[in-house]
Write a protein that binds this ligand. Sequence first.
Ligand code: NAD
Ligand code: ZN
Length: 265
Amino acid sequence: MADEADSWEKKVESLARLLAAAERTVVFTGAGMSTESGIPDFRGPDGLWTRFKPVYYQEFVSDPEARKRYWTLKRQEWRDYSGAEPNAAHRALVELERLGRLSALITQNIDGLHQIAGSSPEKVIELHGTARKVGCLDCGRLWETGEIMKRVDAGEETPLCTEPGCGGLLKPAVISFGQAMPVAETERAAAKSARADLFIVVGSSLVVQPAAQMPLMAKQAGAKLVIVNLSETPLDGMADLLIPAKAGEVVPEAVGRLGKILGDG
Ligand code: NAD
Ligand code: ZN
């Protein structure tokens, strides 16, 4: 036990030193970032995948039954998302930005908790969209998700656009399986990753493509790679520092130490 604690301590200290030495730190977050906020991840034991079959984009647009299933799942997810609050790791990343040490915060998460915690919208790159908005697939109008969920709660199983003359399908503004990645966000994230000198993965299984290309791209361009994740990932073998521990413990401690190194604490 003493050894384990010792090694945790050393690893967090190494992370703080890497942060102090880096000029362009990119942080890449996944569902594991938000489990401590009460939002289940996909691949954990309580993961949504074990409970629901995913709906592909093509099914959503072509099959009314698939649309119903999709909205049932989204309604369930919204109960988790709407009540969730940022945790200590989200707040520590706000502090990292305040210390002037964050080049970009690339997230696979759709829960919006980075922005709610206070990370600047300019820093956050949402690769998979956001569950906090619902969009019309025809005219592109966006609504707050809460507003549309009220209609679903009231009995509309698959809500439609209410813009005059539209009537298009409404869908949460997230990237579904089988749907193309957002071009601008993907390009920005790739550019930031390729220029990073430190790339920190927090809470991602690194199996969702093409998002998982980002750490690879950074590493190949010469960045140091740090992975903070409770379980193994396919990139563990190329990491410069592996911290298999909780995001809510590691990130605040490392940023706190960085503050001290920079003489701010
Ligand atoms: P994933 O579910 O595939 O993997 C999450 C990883 O985080 C796991 O390896 C797990 O061991 C680890 N983990 C769990 N809790 C942790 C903690 N407290 N500290 C450190 N590690 C922890 O997640 P992914 O790689 O992000 O891929 C899932 C996809 O599903 C993404 O595309 C994302 O858009 C979507 N998703 C998002 C949310 C969300 O927005 N919060 C939740 C579920 C799924
Ligand atoms: Zn419309």
